[in-house]
Design a protein around this ligand. Structure first.
Ligand SMILES: C[S@@+](CC[C@H](N)C(=O)[O-])C[C@H]1O[C@@H](n2cnc3c(N)ncnc32)[C@H](O)[C@@H]1O
Length: 251
């Protein structure tokens, strides 16, 4: 699903996450010589930033079109198409493993985090970032609208905000054998010049593609436009403010 509109994701959504990446890399002291894996690296902006800091970077993502963009941006990094749950790396290789809004998509989240721990050096760090509290996310209505357009989830499947509840991410981290040591919230602002750009950008996420395949692109686009309309500025642009949270854990 994340491959379908990879270029739009890279051009219209991904850049907004820059403050989150920078804050997480500061918290994990990513710098010259840090061996870093970004699990669920998407189009690779975080990898590019870590590489610019002097880190030796690797990435993995299930979406081959996003990986293609990540490889263009950082040709020297090893970037695989593959699953977070089966990392193609030996034990104890990385100083830092990051997952920016990716571990929550793993079919087995604890197993995904346990894989991150396995490939991290003892005493190294795993950083997991997820959406913050829904009431602090202006894209909450958009996420809710997509939920209504997707096929019904299997009974008991965790909802999109499952890891935003206080302590929920820490609990998964501890179940994976990691030790949560600190957390931070970061405001991420998604700017869109107009309605058309906003809808194109917001259609680029995997869940939106899933909704479009299930309910039709036109209906999905109309639902997205309706969900964000309350935040349209007088000049027709948007700056959607959302809270994200990351936890730094020791392996
Ligand atoms: C919200 S996007 C985040 C991408 C990137 N980390 C960023 O900050 O732009 C979620 C990413 O997780 C990837 N993903 C989802 N499930 C995955 C899995 N089981 N294994 C590897 N990648 C996965 C998707 O392909 C997508 O690129």
């Amino acid at each position: 699903m994340w491959s379908a509109r990879a270029r739009e994701w890279a051009d219209l959504q991904e850049g907004a996450f820059r403050p989150l990446y920078e804050a997480a890399f500061d918290a994990a002291e990513v710098g010259k010589g840090t061996k870093l894996l970004d699990a669920g690296c998407g189009a690779g902006l975080a990898l590019r930033i870590a590489t610019n800091r002097g880190a030796e970077t690797s990435g993995i993502d299930a979406a081959q079109n996003l990986v293609a963009i990540a490889r263009e941006r950082t040709p020297d990094a090893r970037i695989d198409v593959g699953e977070i749950e089966e990392l193609p790396f030996g034990d104890g290789i990385f100083d830092v493993v990051t997952g920016f809004n990716s571990f929550q998509y793993a079919a087995d989240r604890v197993h995904g985090l346990a894989e991150a721990k396995r490939v991290t050096k003892p005493g190294g760090l795993v950083v997991a970032a997820v959406w913050g509290a829904p009431e602090k996310c202006q894209m909450g209505a958009y996420i809710g609208a997509l939920g209504k357009l997707m096929p019904p989830p299997p009974p008991g499947a965790p909802g999109p905000w499952a890891l935003s509840e206080p302590g929920a991410l820490e609990a998964l981290i501890e179940q994976a054998g990691l030790r949560a040591i600190r957390s931070r919230n970061v405001a991420v602002v998604f700017p869109f010049a107009d309605d058309r750009t906003a809808v194109r950008g917001l259609l680029a996420a995997g869940p939106a593609e899933r909704a479009a395949r299930n309910s039709g692109e036109e209906k999905t686009a109309a639902s997205i436009a309706e969900a964000i309309a309350p935040y349209r500025k007088p000049d027709g642009s948007y700056a959607l403010v959302n809270d994200f949270r990351f936890v730094v854990a020791s392996a």
